[in-house]
Design a protein around this ligand. Structure first.
Ligand code: GYE
Length: 349
């Protein structure tokens, strides 16, 4: 493996190792330090074959998007927790790109320089990955996309596999529940996720197309981005409530925005879940609590608990095995009749 201390130090400076739970952070940092120590040794003398094969750990570079939602934090925690429990076999280098594609690209380039075994990342947006993914290919490093995909026109040979939920399905499920909640008739607004993110583009496609084809009396009044964050979800819902006085329901591309919308609806003097129906996506605990409290009507699950699949798949790729192009998560749809205190207590994230 070609690694230099300078590169690692640069990586550590450019991207903070995420502080989501002391022990996992410590483990990740320790792994980075171990790597750095090994590199100083490597700089003294050229690597021998024996030294090259000395690190038989699975070395994974994970370029996380950032910390926009509770869902994202759950995914990060799961990945760091899993790596921390398996330090005998796994070496994780984790970068936080702070919501910027350019930072994800920089992190990926650093991973290539470090010679990691496998690169893992959720593409913040669908487009603009050709150059860096071609560099991964040229370096012979397999790439696992997680939780979001890239634009199909870029060609799916640019990455090795994707581990993710079916976001079109999630949008359709939300539309089916919306139709039931409204008895086939009503006015809906939509809070979209990050502009250009596959999770937003596909959830919108699934929802809008189902409504257009099957619900002639449901009108989508407006649809704007809330960037997958609670604060923007609240802000955009506030502006919808000022513009339209006849909103019957809101479809939110994630639960964080739904929780923000609940606040806006309450502040406008209306009852969330009753006066205005609310559907989210993700299945975070906060959404389950809101459903139990009658303030939200449904969440379509999208599991962030992907670490075991990620590392097992990465190990297979390191061994030269082939894997499915899309490893799809199995998710559920949770309407209020399915949400009890026991279900809430049992949620993992
Ligand atoms: O739904 C949302 C987030 O890409 C599936 O990103 C993920 C989405 C998730 O921050 O909450």
């Amino acid at each position: 493996m070609k690694k230099t201390l300078a590169m690692l130090t640069g990586l550590a400076m450019a991207f903070s190792l995420t502080a989501c739970g002391g022990s996992t952070t410590a483990a990740t940092t320790a792994a980075a330090e171990t790597t750095a120590a090994a590199q100083t040794e490597a700089e003294k003398a050229p690597e021998t074959e024996a030294e090259k094969s000395g690190n038989d750990k699975l070395v994974v570079g994970f370029a996380q998007i950032g910390q926009e939602s509770g869902w994202r934090d759950a995914e990060t925690n799961d990945v760091q927790w899993y790596a921390a429990r398996n330090t005998d076999t796994i070496e994780l280098t984790f970068a936080d790109a702070q919501q910027k594609q350019e930072n994800q690209i920089k992190a990926i380039r650093n991973f290539i320089e470090m010679g990691v075994d496998v690169i893992v990342f959720p593409p913040v947006v669908e487009t603009g990955w050709e150059a860096v993914l071609t560099e991964c290919q040229e370096a012979g490093i397999p790439v696992i996309l997680v939780d979001r995909g890239i634009d199909a026109s870029a060609g799916d040979d640019l990455y090795t596999t994707m581990i993710a939920s079916d976001h079109v399905w999630a949008g359709e499920q939300a539309a089916i529940v919306m139709n039931d909640l409204l008895g086939g008739k009503g006015k809906v607004v939509e809070l979209e996720g990050t502009v250009g993110a596959s999770a937003a583009v596909q959830r919108k496609k699934g929802f809008d197309e189902y409504i257009a084809a099957n619900c002639p009396d449901i009108e989508i009044l407006d649809s704007q981005t809330g960037d997958f964050t609670r604060s923007m979800g609240k802000e955009v819902m506030e502006s919808f409530l000022k513009t339209y006085d006849d909103i019957d329901a809101v479809f939110c591309h994630n639960d964080d925005m739904a929780l923000g919308a609940i606040e806006a609806i309450k502040e406008a003097g209306k009852k969330p879940g009753e006066d205005i129906k609310i559907i989210g996506v993700d299945g975070v605990k906060g959404a389950f609590e809101a459903i139990l409290a009658g303030e939200m009507n449904c969440t379509v699950e999208c599991t962030p608990i992907l670490a075991e699949q990620i590392f097992e798949t990465a190990a297979k790729l390191k061994n030269g095995e082939t894997v499915d192009k899309w490893i799809m998560s199995a998710d559920g749809v949770y309407t209020s009749d399915k949400v009890t205190q026991e279900v809430v207590d049992g949620r993992q994230y």
